[in-house]
Design a protein around this ligand. Structure first.
Ligand code: BG6
Length: 476
């Protein structure tokens, strides 16, 4: 297995899921602070009466406390360094910099925190990889503007992004504008700050919101080119490789269309620089009328596509439109049916390592841009043993299989620049707000109700990943 010498091995987190300290040092409330914990989190976010009200008498809000990374980042980054991380992907909480999102001046205390995080990374020769917005826009923007459906969000976001690029552009080369941009099509609450009350069920508004994010992202690319052409601005997409259940032409066609919609569409705009030829067909499907655009939008998208494609890969999606029985068993988070050839995690996600190789090939052949797997992993229940470790061979097997497939993709000719498994330290789940859905190499002593010491413990996978990095992917 040959990985390039400068391959960026590391791990990934997001501010809202690990930092906690949700009101510290001038931070404002974010949408993640208003998301209740529990398996029914998505059900609540999708319910018609959800209006972002924080009601602590009825709900527990796990993101308020995260894993207290805000106060323990030094210890955490030291552990990442011990594993040999070459890079660390984290996000900046917009609300630490602009608490409401509309202020003219940034909050210096928020900037100072990220300066320390970045400097700590650099101290260990860990390349910081920064997501500018990861599922945590200011709550004020979601409530007052209805989220990204409002074009004014572009100005608020680019003002925030400019502050980051100007402040940290000499220390951070790799940036991503939006986490899982196509998440808008699956869970608009997280991606666009839109819930049913503010139009999440209206595809016209969802695609309009996406358009505003596309424009905002291109403006950041433009800004980066002007500030420092060395900066690498990436997009970040969910990639759930699509399969037709069988060779029935109707299934093949359905898979093609689904693939274009959920995997291809955002990449075409952000990496390809234009809305794809099938846009009209897609809009017709949902009754979407032509989007409202400023005269310069399309030229901007064309001139300022991203430098690289970051992707999260957890699952593939299998389509069967022929057998009505098959459709009755729900498949993955991204839809489709249950694939009988795949294993299913405790949270119902079907894991599929080979699908990663296929997805990387599909993306690279289409766009010829460097690819970066910035999320991948197995959410599982871990048991802390009496001697304070976790025997997580299931996680090791999962990661080893996916790394093997990445190696094969590189042998296929794909330009893959790095790998940052998700939740390299246990953190709060995005879809359920649970702590018990763990991904990390490092166990954090905290449960779903918020009890625990928050102490950190190395799992078996910690030592395994250390050896993977030391051998540059050859010792799995
Ligand atoms: C991705 C998100 O969708 O998947 C992360 O970018 C998220 O924020 C990860 O945590 C895993 O999902 P979950 O729901 O298991 O936390």
């Amino acid at each position: 297995m040959t990985f390039p010498d400068n391959f960026l091995w590391g791990g990934a987190t997001a501010a809202n899921q690990c930092e906690g300290a949700y009101l510290a040092d001038g931070k404002g409330l974010s949408i993640a602070d208003a998301m209740p914990g529990g398996k029914d989190r998505f059900k609540k976010l999708f319910s018609p009466d959800f209006d972002w009200t924080i009601d602590e008498s009825r709900n527990y809000y796990p993101n308020h406390f995260g894993i207290d990374h805000y106060n323990r980042y030094e210890e955490d980054i030291a552990l990442f360094a011990e594993m040999g991380f070459k890079c660390y992907r984290f996000s900046i909480a917009w609300t630490r910099i602009f608490p409401k999102g509309t202020e003219a001046e940034p909050n210096e205390r928020g900037l100072a925190f990220y300066e320390k995080v970045i400097d700590t990374c650099l101290h260990y020769h860990i390349e910081p990889v920064v997501t500018i917005s990861h599922y945590e826009m200011p709550l004020y923007l979601a409530k007052e503007f209805g989220g990204w459906q409002d074009r004014q969000l572009i100005d608020h976001y680019t003002r925030y992004a400019r502050v980051l690029l100007e402040r940290f552009g000499d220390k951070v080369t790799y940036w991503m504008t939006f986490n899982e941009i196509n998440g808008a099509l699956h869970f608009p609450a997280l991606s666009l700050g839109m819930v049913p009350k503010t139009g999440a069920g209206n595809k016209q508004l969802v695609f309009q919101g996406l358009h505003h994010q596309f424009v905002a992202s291109s403006l950041v690319v433009k800004m980066a080119r002007e500030l420092n052409p060395e900066l690498q601005i990436g997009m970040m997409t969910i990639y759930a490789t699509g399969y037709a259940f069988d060779c029935h032409p109707a299934n093949q066609v359905a898979n093609m269309e689904k693939n274009q919609e959920v995997n291809g569409f955002c990449c075409e705009v952000q990496a390809g620089g234009a809305y794809p030829p099938y846009t009209q067909r897609l809009f017709d499907k949902y009754g979407v009328q032509p989007l409202t655009m400023a005269p310069e939008d399309e030229q901007l998208l064309k001139e300022y596509p991203v430098d690289y494609i970051g992707l999260s890969y957890y699952m593939s999606t299998t389509i069967d439109v022929v057998d009505p029985e098959a459709a009755k068993v729900a498949g993955n988070l991204t839809g489709g049916i249950k694939n009988p050839y795949l294993e299913t995690s405790e949270w119902g996600w079907q894991t599929d390592a080979a699908g990663l190789r296929i997805g990387l090939n599909e993306l690279y052949q289409r766009f010829h841009k460097p690819l970066f797997v910035v999320e991948n992993g197995l959410g599982a229940v871990d048991v802390l043993t009496e001697d304070k470790t976790v025997h997580d061979d299931y996680r090791i097997n999962y990661l080893a299989e996916h790394i093997t497939e990445m190696g094969k993709a590189i042998a296929d000719g794909v330009n893959l620049i790095g790998y940052t498994p998700w939740g390299c330290i246990d953190l709060v789940s995005a879809s359920t707000g649970e702590m018990s859905k763990r991904y990390g190499f490092i166990y954090v002593d905290k449960d779903d109700e918020g009890n625990g010491t928050y102490d950190r413990y190395r799992k078996d996978s910690f030592y395994w990943y250390q050896q993977v990095i030391a051998s540059n992917g050859s010792d799995l």
